[in-house]
Design a protein around this ligand. Structure first.
Ligand SMILES: [Zn+2]
Length: 462
């Protein structure tokens, strides 16, 4: 595991609340770890949390800026851990030759800035990039740190390292004849030395997390139990990337891909549709995080299973033309995978696998900003307790970013990355979906949003 601490608390994200101490009273405190505690006071000085005490007897001073929360929930800012920053330009029916080439790089960059702002407005004070073209993520992170783009603490994703000819090698599949000079968000490499070089190249360009394609399937296509790279290729890339202090994340839906990625020390295992006991053991041994990201599969099945395939081709294709029967077979495969994952993922969570949240937002049926239905899926369909889903989104997300000592839970001394919610997400996690319920958002003690009543100053001598 890479253990270098991530950047992400630059001047634009610090600064705090100014000279006055900000005090929240009457909070239903959801600290990202323990069960909720009612009637709590949380004091913030500058960018950090200074005190957490019961309301009764908390010593206010005349200079304190006091916000009465009247039982509203105060929780840590969340971490969006599978963030395709520039996704969102697919919706016009025009087929891109490859992902990352669906619009001009400048347009995609603006989309990335808008999506980062959206994530923060949804209460996500951290995000981890997934596959990404044109080093947009590196520039996005830089722009956020410089303070001219508003966004969460950020780990930049990389191009996705693929092997030639596999399903994710878009430029060499259906559109090979275009002989594309720019391959969008993929980076094809073959052989251990080429994979080592690919990891070094992406890391060298400033990416914090190198994304690889480890196996087929997930979402709109069924899994097949193969590992795309060789074990040697996989290990060479992970070793080289970790040496440079960067993390590795893998698209790994198949059992063998999950298992080999964990054995290789991949930091974040994406999707993990076919996770089983042996995978869980290897993941626990490696300390890897898992992103179940099941909303894309659920949304795809909702659309695909009710589609009249004889009348109109399903708009979400696999690239090459398919007969209606082939499409139906593909959908049945996705259904089998999804039903399996619904059974296996809660077991993996109970066994102690560190889950984090995030999905392929920005694809046509998954708009950026619509992040909470994923939480509801875990609670309602998988039976995961809401407190656990909140832990995945806060404490675990911060740990996956390498920021466990700085954020992710509400503790004295940590950065004040906070959200005030009109509602109790442990009773109805769906209350986080309506942005008007997010009454306040703070990033390192700085107000991103404040729709609370005017504060009072009522210390002992006031
Ligand atoms: Zn993805």
């Amino acid at each position: 595991m890479a253990t270098n601490s991530a950047e992400g608390s630059g001047k634009a994200q610090g600064g705090g609340t100014g000279s006055a101490r900000v005090v929240f009273r009457g909070a239903n405190l959801i600290d990202g770890d323990r069960p909720a505690r009612p009637n709590m006071t949380i004091a913030i000085r500058g960018e950090r949390i200074e005190a957490i005490e019961p309301d009764d007897g908390f010593p206010l001073t005349p200079a304190d800026e006091v916000h009465e929360l009247h039982g509203r929930s105060l929780m840590p800012g969340m971490v969006q851990s599978h963030f395709h920053s520039h996704f969102g330009a697919f919706g016009d029916g025009v087929r891109a030759p490859a992902l990352g080439l669906e619009a001009a790089p400048a347009y995609l960059s603006m989309l990335a800035a808008a999506n980062a702002e959206t994530a923060l407005a949804c209460g996500f004070t951290g995000a981890i990039g997934s596959s990404n073209a044109h080093t947009i993520d590196v520039s996005l992170k830089e722009a956020i740190l410089a303070g001219f783009v508003e966004g969460p603490r950020y780990l930049a994703g990389s191009r996705e390292i693929v092997t030639t000819g596999e399903a994710s090698d878009y430029p060499n599949n259906r559109n090979f004849f275009m002989d594309l000079g720019h391959t969008g968000l993929t980076h094809a490499a073959n052989g251990p030395e080429a994979w080592r070089l690919a990891g070094r190249t992406e890391a060298g360009r400033g990416c914090d997390v190198v994304k690889i394609s480890a196996g087929p399937g997930h979402g709109s296509s069924p899994t097949f139990d193969v590992l795309y790279p060789t074990v040697e290729e996989l290990h060479a890339l992970v070793e080289a990337t970790h040496k440079l202090g960067k993390k590795v994340r893998a698209h790994a839906p198949s059992r063998t891909a999950i298992l080999e990625c964990a054995r290789a020390g991949v930091d974040i295992i994406d999707h993990a549709d076919r996770i089983d006991e042996e995978c869980v053991e290897a993941i626990l041994e490696a300390g890897s995080f898992v992103v179940p990201s099941m909303l894309w599969s659920e949304r795809f099945l909702e659309l695909a299973e009710s589609w009249d395939h004889d009348a109109t081709p399903l708009p979400i294709s696999e690239g090459f033309p398919e007969t209606p029967d082939a499409v139906r077979a593909r959908i049945r495969g996705v259904r089998e995978d999804f039903d399996y994952t619904c059974r296996a993922m809660p077991e993996a969570a109970r066994a102690g696998v560190k889950m984090i949240v995030g999905d392929d937002y920005g694809t046509p049926i998954m708009p950026h900003g619509d992040y909470i239905p994923e939480f509801e899926l875990y609670v309602k369909r998988l039976g995961i307790p809401p407190l656990d889903v909140i832990r995945w989104a806060t404490r675990n997300g911060a740990e996956a970013m390498g920021l466990a000592d700085e954020t992710g839970t509400i503790e004295v001394g940590k950065l004040a990355d906070l959200v005030v919610v009109d509602g109790d997400p442990l009773v109805d996690i769906g209350c986080l979906a309506d942005r008007s319920n997010l009454k306040a958002i703070l990033l390192g003690g700085r107000w991103i949003k404040n729709e609370l009543d005017a504060p009072s100053r009522r210390g002992p001598s006031a």
